[in-house]
Design a protein around this ligand. Structure first.
Ligand code: XMP
Length: 599
């Protein structure tokens, strides 16, 4: 069933391993990520092997274990960063800590080699390394260098083994795709036959194998991922073997649960079971304000309710698997791969789910894909465009868009003054807001203050001030711009938790934002558009709403979306009419330093 030609990527722990696999698939060649200890039999079946980068040193005690036979199988090898150093180390060259550590861009000068066919003599590459190859193994030659790295590319044509100290898989490296293509297609001779249709067939085959005789109990949030997952499972196993459960937590968009059920039934997918569990969720979240605590409670309750439902169905774990529409970024952001750090616990990565995954109870057929790949798969499965192109919606729903607080304002007076000062230099007024939001900086999670700026809606200037503020103060990871009212004279942090009343308020504001977006026909330009409720009273009128439209490709990075003034005006005018809303703001922070969601 598998396509004949494949490239195997051995994962030594780089943040980019998965991106590498994706790049190879973009070349229309099937790729698979394996452990460096994968048996020779498995490696021999590949047209080529790529050794990923990794955070360790090849000569340290903590170096990653690998199958040493991989170098003598006759399969072409390309080592990247750590991978290159491993080649040099294993084949008796020398690797040591570099005098100058290289991070960021460098200019590469090509000396020779088939890896560089069709690329210019000099171009920019992206480096991130401390160690470097000091002496080449026998038979190897330098193929390219940078001012700080003599062996930026090395190789031995006879053995078909190559190494690059830089990262061709990241977009900051020019001609990176061309270099990978030269390796995969020219050097390995892989046929460019792979496409999403094949992936679909292969996945259907794998799902049938993995499920065996078992049925699948699918937790359906109703978002794009779980909907595509349901359609895929339905295609692989047939409706009779799938039981789809949609838990209405009370934190869905206005009328969303109803719409999801109807849309899916229209597709001919067997009845979707909807449970209204909102009472339980509001109960369990009473008095909770910490974002991670919220996420964990929601994740746990989801599972409890699902298990309860399974018990009602005389469920036996020997005959059922639990299905989830987890996609790749969910895993990496929760710190789910070898060396990645935890940014936030995605609901489908709650500890109890992780336990079930370890026991082999869970099936996640989309967990290798990025969002745009999931959408492509959805279209192939015949799902309507409107359903597949919907904005992503997080599993915990509006619960992580309703910021909560104990009402204790801990903002630092000195910081307040400094923030004001910097904003004034840029011609804006600024206030430190007494609320915190989650961010991601240097691959780590932050939980820091937001700043409000007031002044002219000029995106160029706002982008500059937002970057300046977040770069100047480690205590700030988010900047919002005041749309309405003209001026904030008084703001006060309120004690506020997850209640039906606040949820209804946010549902209303969210529905308005989505409606205007759709009416103006720009929904497809914006990748996602969270609307957030802030437990702060503005001018004694009511709580604040933050609009968070973003452009993104894979959710790993994002830019704030620069919506036209008339669209914003339209949204603001309607949102300000909601009872208990005192201000509307626009989030003007990129990811990083912020994340897309506030929690
Ligand atoms: P952040 O906020 O980390 O979000 O920039 C990246 C993307 O993931 C979505 N998201 C989630 N999706 N369960 C999900 O299914 C979750 O718990 C969750 N948290 C964040 C978020 O909406 C964005 O698209």
């Amino acid at each position: 069933m598998e396509p004949q030609d494949k490239i195997v990527i051995l994962d030594f722990g780089s943040q980019y391993t998965h991106l590498l696999a994706r790049r190879v698939r973009q070349l229309n060649v099937f790729s698979e990520i394996l452990s460096p200890t994968a048996p020779s039999e498995e490696l021999k079946a590949a047209k080529g092997i790529i050794l990923s980068g990794g955070p360790e040193s090849v000569y340290s005690d903590t170096a990653v274990a690998y199958n040493p036979e991989l170098f003598s199988l006759g399969v072409p090898i390309l080592g990247l960063c750590y991978g290159q150093q491993l080649i040099a180390h294993h084949l008796k060259g020398k690797v040591e800590p570099g005098k100058v550590k290289e991070y960021g861009t460098a200019t590469l000068s090509i000396l020779k080699g088939g890896l560089f066919k069709g690329v210019p003599k000099n171009f920019t590459v992206w480096m991130s390394h401390g160690d470097k190859v000091k002496k080449l193994p026998k038979g190897f030659a330098a193929f390219a260098s940078t001012p700080d790295c003599e062996f930026a590319a090395i190789g031995d044509d006879e053995k078909g083994i190559y190494g690059l100290q830089f990262h061709p898989e990241v977009t900051h490296t020019q001609f990176g795709m061309k270099i990978l293509e030269n390796f995969v297609v020219k050097i390995c001779g892989a046929m460019r036959e792979w496409n999403m249709e094949q992936y679909l067939n292969q996945k259907i085959h794998e799902i049938r194998e993995e499920a065996g005789d078992k049925n699948v109990f699918l937790l359906l949030s109703g978002g794009v991922d779980s909907t595509v997952c349901l359609a895929l499972l339905d295609r692989a196993l047939g409706s009779d073997r799938i039981h789809a459960l949609h838990v209405d937590t009370g934190f869905m968009r206005k009328s969303e649960s109803k719409i999801v059920k109807e849309e899916l039934e229209k597709l001919g997918i067997r009845e979707v079971n909807v449970i209204d569990a909102s009472e339980k969720f509001f109960g369990a979240l009473e008095g909770v304000f910490d974002p991670e605590e919220k996420r964990n409670i929601i994740g746990r309750l989801f599972v409890d309710i699902a298990l309860e439902e399974l018990n009602n169905m005389d469920f036996e774990i020997d005959t059922w698997l639990i299905g989830q529409g987890t996609i790749y970024p969910d895993t990496i952001e929760t710190g789910g791969t070898a060396h990645a750090k935890k940014i936030k616990t995605h609901h489908n990565r709650a500890p109890i789910i992780m336990e079930m995954i370890e026991k082999g109870w869970v099936i996640e057929p989309l967990n290798q894909l990025y969002k745009d790949e999931v959408r492509e798969l959805g279209r192939l499965l015949g799902l309507p465009q409107g359903l597949v192109d919907r904005h992503p919606f997080p599993g915990p729903g509006l619960a992580i868009r309703i910021l909560c607080s104990e009402g204790v304002d801990e903002t630092d007076e000195k910081l307040k003054k400094k923030v004001k000062g910097i904003a004034l230099e840029e011609g804006y007024r600024a206030k430190l807001l007494p609320v915190k939001a989650v961010g991601v900086q240097g691959d780590n999670r932050t939980y820091s203050n937001a700043v409000l700026v007031e002044g002219e809606l000029n995106y160029e200037r706002l982008e500059a001030i937002s970057t300046r503020i977040t770069n100047s103060f480690s205590e700030v990871n988010r900047v919002v711009f005041l749309l309405e009212p003209q001026k904030v004279k008084k703001l006060e942090l309120k004690k506020a938790y997850l209640t039906r009343e606040r949820t209804a308020k946010l549902q209303e504001a969210d529905a308005i934002a989505m409606r205007v977006l759709e009416q103006k026909g720009i929904g497809a330009n914006v990748w996602q558009f969270p609307v957030v409720l802030m437990p702060v009273d503005f001018n004694g009128v009511g709580e604040g709403i933050v609009l968070r439209p973003v452009y993104s490709k894979e959710a790993m990075t994002a830019k704030f979306a620069k919506l036209g003034p008339s669209i914003l005006e339209d949204m603001v005018a309607q949102i300000m009419k909601i009872d208990g809303i005192g201000a509307v703001m626009l989030d003007i922070t990129h990811k990083p330093p912020a994340t897309i969601e506030w929690e």
